[in-house]
Design a protein around this ligand. Structure first.
Ligand SMILES: NC(=O)c1ccc[n+]([C@@H]2O[C@H](COP(=O)([O-])OP(=O)(O)OC[C@H]3O[C@@H](n4cnc5c(N)ncnc54)[C@H](O)[C@@H]3O)[C@@H](O)[C@H]2O)c1
Length: 389
């Protein structure tokens, strides 16, 4: 059998990471790329050595050679493109957030269930070996009962009023920014690792830079430096949010997200305070896990296959000390997604489902409502909303 043929829709920051990660598998090849316009598509095809270039993704979806679509376009295109991909009968790995609204996410969840293709949402932080190790520790009761979940996801790339990106505009990024863009990763990770559900939230969100300088010519994700002529525009999406939460187990949690915290680049930290021990993982130093105890010195578990739980070992590719990081977690995502596409394995639960993507949208809804009303809000649960389906 030949290689599985994949196509990338949107070859920007994350599209490039998908291309590289798929190529590391050897199981699939990047056969086509689509961009908004033929010139941009041709340019991406040249840059990444991809045989086919489409200036309109709809033409790509009609290409019978393509088996798998990676939707790496900006948020506002996720719903419509994901829907068309599902209807085309191709497998689909969507970037997060799944859609701009929970209503759209619900529709895609139901459609994906109906179509029975391999689908997933790229909540990539699930794919780190030490995250898998921590999850297994929780399952085995090594930390005791989880009582408190603390976490933050802090960045600084939107620190200055001159920093700008499509994510800032609700039309393209959605009505929430820090919450939808990076909070979605944090809430997904907290639920995935603990296997607990966030059921209630109390949130405070703030636009800390009410006016920003928008480059007239547009800007790329994480772009720094001179962007040319700018215009001053009003901002409505939040730079910051803190939320305290209740889990279905009775555990409590507190999370902060910010895109204006200087010195923090991609600082996603998760701490689980259990009745026996605390487990802490920091994405910027992803190769270790810190364990804290009341009655004995703390421990550091390193990303060494011989020291990891069995469940975490498939996520490690090199011996201890030969460090693996974010790009390797992308490779793990592809490995787990494509194993299901190739029919070699059931879909791994490390690949977030559309149902889970929908649940994150419902958490985001509750956070927005809580911040608006200043009151605790219950999070609607997908399993309750669809109890009869
Ligand atoms: N999972 C992760 O860790 C992670 C990290 C970064 C970004 N993302 C997600 O990936 C998506 C893209 O983000 P980015 O940072 O790569 O943005 P980006 O602006 O760098 O790239 C977006 C790309 O989409 C292309 N595009 C726009 N309209 C298109 C269309 N109609 N058809 C085809 N291509 C089109 C643009 O030309 C650009 O190349 C977002 O939804 C974001 O939330 C996820």
């Amino acid at each position: 059998m030949g290689k599985i043929k994949a196509a990338i829709l949107g070859a920007g920051f994350i599209g490039e990471a998908h291309i590289e990660a798929v190529r590391r598998l050897g199981l699939a090849e990047i056969a086509a790329v689509a961009q908004d316009g033929q010139d941009k598509a041709d340019q991406a095809a040249r840059q990444f050595g991809i045989p086919k270039a489409y200036g309109d993704y709809r033409d790509l979806l009609r290409d019978p050679e393509i088996d798998v679509i990676h939707n790496c376009t900006p948020n506002y295109l996720h719903y419509s493109i994901n829907k068309e991909v599902l209807e085309s009968g191709k497998h689909l790995l969507s970037e997060k957030p799944l859609t701009l609204t929970s209503k759209e996410a619900e529709e895609l969840y139901l459609l994906a269930k109906d179509k029975k293709r391999v689908t997933g949402v790229n909540f990539v932080y699930r794919q780190f070996p030490m995250v898998q190790h921590l999850r297994e520790m929780v399952r085995n009761g090594d930390l005791g009962d989880i009582r408190i979940v603390r976490g933050h996801y802090l960045q600084d790339w939107l620190l200055y009023e001159t920093d700008y990106n499509w994510r800032i505009e609700p039309e393209y990024g959605g009505n929430t920014r820090a919450i939808g863009d990076i909070g979605s990763h944090l809430f997904d990770l907290a639920q995935y690792v603990t296997r607990m559900r966030i059921t209630e939230v109390l949130a405070d969100r703030a636009v800390l830079i009410p006016r920003r300088r928008k480059p007239v010519a547009g800007s790329r994700t994480f772009q720094n430096g001179d962007v040319g002529e700018t215009e001053l525009v009003e901002i409505t999406t939040e730079d910051y949010c803190s939320v305290i939460v209740k889990f279905d187990s009775g555990a409590r949690g507190v999370f902060t997200v910010s895109q204006v915290s200087a010195g923090n680049k991609n600082a996603l930290d998760l701490h689980l305070d259990g009745s026996q021990a605390t487990g802490s993982w920091r994405q910027e130093e992803p190769f270790r896990l810190e364990l804290g105890y009341r009655d004995k010195p703390g421990e550091t578990v390193r990303r060494d296959p011989v020291m990891l739980k069995q469940a975490a070992r498939p996520f490690v590719h090199y011996p201890g000390g030969h460090e693996e990081g974010w790009a390797d977690s992308m490779r793990n995502m592809m490995q787990n997604f494509y194993a299901a596409v190739a029919g070699k394995a059931e879909q791994s639960d490390s690949v977030a489902s559309f149902k889970e993507g929908y649940q994150i949208a419902l958490i985001n809804d509750a956070i927005v409502k809580s911040a608006e009303t200043g009151s605790w809000q219950k999070v609607e649960q997908v399993d309750h909303a669809h109890a009869l389906q």
